[in-house]
Ligand binder design. Structure first.
Ligand SMILES: C[S@@+](CC[C@H](N)C(=O)[O-])C[C@H]1O[C@@H](n2cnc3c(N)ncnc32)[C@H](O)[C@@H]1O
Ligand SMILES: [Zn+2]
Ligand SMILES: [Zn+2]
Length: 737
């Protein structure tokens, strides 16, 4: 009997739910947000794909979406597990789930997220850490107010300093002397600026062009700093030079200095103050402690690569150089305490919490502003970028801090635990949504040591670390492979993951290998290599799939090469694509300039089967017309559901239909020729699929995409808070506010 997903799939309705989830993914499915990972997919999409692959074609998709399911005889496998969305969603549906990832950070984080814990043991471990660590770590952030009252520093504001090559003067690399303003300055225009004359912290408004310092009477333009783009200006001798050139004649990364701080007084008031003598004393004490431990940090090279070259150009050579002395002293205490946790599962959980905290506590973070999560983390760009005005946050944290260990325990670990116990789904009712609980199996499993153990014991998952072109799973033992392969582009997960791995490996003493990079990682800008590696993984998936098995995956690509690559990988693995459906994806952030106004915000769900099992008879009908017709119908279904379709999206939809129709020819050479011939005229065909010119979704040029993405998320979150009920309700008692 064919599966539901091979006949039809409610992609438009599911996209609406997925879109709502995309506004606040970490709130709706916190279990996948225990640790940072890149390109995390929307859980509701994967729930939908799994359900469609488990159900027979006559069953009711939506009824099953909101009821308890137990597919205990269905074994699901994800060869590109990432943060574990497929595995987690499969466990929720009562399937048996296995996953594999070549990256140890993904593997460890996934294990931590899916393992079984009791709330009591997690809390008591946390309390134990709190007792020993909190006083010590908070001690490094003690200060005194102007009038000598004790206070806690929430954030130190730092600026990088470079010596002028002409006169030797130490130049502060301020892009602007306004170091704090509101995230929505139109609502609250107040801002803080640092006086270049005397170092006083002055009040101003965010768009001021003139400030008179009350302390030293100097008048200055607060928007002018000493660095603009890469160009540095020395106000001692008026010499101008490029920072990247200057770096070549310097040893090591630029030093930084603290010039101001945001403090929390004992009355709970937040104040901005300049550095004082007390702060100087703490700095000296930290320097002494650091001198003792500085050699305890393993020396691990940052390897060159697309995502790391920029920081290498700024003379960062080793991973521990990305932190201040104060951060490293705190980190050393955290690592030692976590190493002392005896239970291996709890040790892993807290190691992941610790590692995740470091994303907000290093010299590449910056101040986002008042009225929002204060710390802009280091991965707000996919490329590691040096920051001239870093923020040093209170790493243990207070209830008023952001990005701190204690805060992330509450927002990541506690939220994940609650979700794991009763994972909910989103349900939409007109413009409102609600969480429906009481319908899923808990996301709590024992991690099996072998496939045999996994196969024989219920409520286990089989998670492994390694290359999925070589899987230790017997032939024909998997029913469904559901995955999200890497897209062939420039996000090299391992180049970024090495940042975390350096620390995770110290806490867990996991491996003697010092990098997560490896030749087997499917991530190449070269289409040939990418295709070759993806083919090996798909072929291995085809081996472990049983005869009736399905391989279903999500994909999109802006360039034709991306489609040729996927087509070849499917066909060389002995599979054919039988159905393709558009589905809501993340908002796309890496987009060639010319497509910026037409970003792809849809993924394709591609359903594949063994070549021999699939229908199709090598027919002679030219596949173009049928493909255009199916694509048109899919676009109109999306539009009737109120989903905008850009030109980029329409192209993705059409490519999916073209692949499925082409594969009906069942003749690789003819399929190849057909897809090749298409390329020049693709835009004409896309125009036939989408009658309008496609909708312009976001008008932004590429450099603004990421910022726009952040702002969009904020905007959507606000919009949602205005009109959405977020209570957890059981289906029987479901009510919509
Ligand atoms: C697009 S991500 C998957 C993201 C995942 N769907 C999620 O929501 O988190 C692709 C993953 O494939 C992994 N990967 C790349 N090459 C691999 C290989 N040869 N074997 C196993 N995993 C691999 C990467 O480490 C990455 O985690
Ligand atoms: Zn100078
Ligand atoms: Zn002054």
């Amino acid at each position: 009997m064919p599966k539901l997903i091979e006949n039809d799939f409610p992609f438009a309705e599911l996209s609406l739910i997925a879109e709502r989830e995309s506004w606040r993914k970490e709130v709706y499915r916190p279990v996948y947000y225990l640790h940072k990972w890149w390109a995390r997919r929307l859980g509701s999409v994967f729930r939908g794909i799994l359900l469609g692959s488990c159900l027979g074609d006559s069953e009711d998709f939506w009824e099953c979406f909101y009821k308890k399911n137990t597919f205990e005889n269905i074994v699901v496998f994800d060869p590109f597990m990432g943060s574990g969305v497929t595995v987690g969603e499969a466990v929720k549906l009562g399937c048996k789930a296995a996953g594999r990832d070549v990256n140890p950070v993904a593997y460890l984080a996934c294990r931590a997220a899916l393992s079984r814990y009791t709330d009591a043991e997690v809390l008591s471990t946390y309390r134990c850490l709190e007792r020993t660590l909190a006083p010590r770590l908070l001690g490094y952030f003690q200060t005194r107010t102007r009038i000598g009252q004790p206070a806690t520093v929430l954030y130190y504001f730092l600026v990088k300093v470079v010596p002028c090559p002409e006169c030797g003067k130490e130049i502060d690399l301020f892009k602007t002397r306004i170091f704090s303003k509101n995230a929505t300055p139109q609502k609250d225009s107040s801002a803080r600026t640092l006086c270049p004359g005397c170092g006083a912290v002055n009040f101003t408004v965010y768009d001021a062009e003139r400030v008179s310092c009350p302390e030293c009477s100097l008048t200055y333009n607060p928007r002018h700093g000493n660095i603009s783009g890469a160009e540095v200006h020395c106000d001692g001798c008026q010499y101008a030079f490029r920072l990247t050139d200057r770096m070549k004649s310097l040893e090591g990364p630029l030093p930084s200095r603290r010039y101001a701080k945001m403090i929390l007084t004992e009355d709970g008031e937040k104040l901005y103050e300049p550095m004082n003598e007390f702060d100087g004393q703490i700095e000296r004490q930290i320097a002494e402690e650091f001198a003792v431990i500085s050699s305890s940090f393993p020396v691990v090279d940052i390897k060159p690569g697309y995502n790391t070259n920029q920081i290498l150009n700024h003379n960062y050579r080793y991973w521990h150089e990305l932190f201040s002395d104060r951060q490293l002293v705190c980190i050393r205490h955290l690592i030692e305490a976590i190493k002392g946790i005896e239970d291996p599962d709890l040790k892993l959980l807290f190691s992941c919490l610790f590692s995740g905290t470091l994303e907000f506590n290093n010299l590449f973070t910056s101040f986002k502003g008042e009225g929002t999560g204060a710390v802009r983390h280091m991965f707000s760009h996919h490329v590691l970028k040096p920051e001239m005005m870093p923020l040093e946050a209170n790493i243990w944290g207070t209830t008023k801090s952001s990005g701190a260990f204690s805060g992330l325990f509450r927002s990541r670990v506690e939220k994940a635990l609650a979700y794991k116990a009763d994972p909910s789904e989103l349900r939409l009712h007109s413009s409102k949504s609600m969480k429906v609980g009481g319908i899923n199996q808990p996301v709590s499993v024992e991690i099996a040591d072998s496939f045999a153990q996994f196969a024989s014991q219920p409520k286990t998952a089989y998670l492994t670390l390694g290359d999925s072109s070589c899987i230790d799973i017997p032939d024909k033992s998997i029913d469904i492979v559901v995955t999200d392969p890497p897209f062939f582009d420039n996000v090299h997960y391992s180049q970024l993951a090495d940042f975390f791995y350096y620390w995770l490996n110290q806490a867990l003493e996991f491996s003697t290998t010092t990098t997560t990079r490896c030749a087997e990682e499917v991530q190449d800008t070269d289409p040939g290599l990418f295709t070759e590696k993806l083919t090996s993984v798909f072929a291995e998936c085809s081996r472990v799939l049983n005869d009736k098995g399905l391989l279903v995956f999500t994909y999109h690509h802006a360039r034709h090469e991306g489609w040729t690559a996927i087509h070849r990988a499917i066909r060389h693995a002995g599979l054919v694509c039988t159905r393709g459906y558009p589905i809501k994806a993340e908002m796309s952030v890496s987009m060639p300039l010319q497509q910026a106004a037409s970003p792809i915000h849809l993924d394709l769900v591609l359903v594949c089967r063994r070549d021999k099992q699939a229908r199709g008879n090598g027919r002679a009908i030219y596949p173009l017309r049928p493909a255009i017709n199916v694509a048109k119908e899919q676009v109109s279904r999306l539009k009737s559901a109120g989903i905008k379709v850009s030109l980029g999206d329409a192209k993705v939809i059409l490519m999916g239909c073209l692949l499925c129709e082409a594969h009906k020819m069942k003749n690789f050479d003819r399929e190849e020729r057909f897809l090749e011939e298409l390329e020049q005229n693709l835009d004409t065909y896309v125009a036939q699929v989408i009658s309008t010119k496609g909708e312009v979704l976001y008008k932004a040029k590429e450099p603004e995409q990421l910022r726009l993405f952040e702002e969009m998320e904020k905007y959507l979150a606000n919009k949602e808070r205005g009109g959405i009920l977020t209570s957890v309700a059981h289906p029987q008692s479901a009510s919509v506010g």
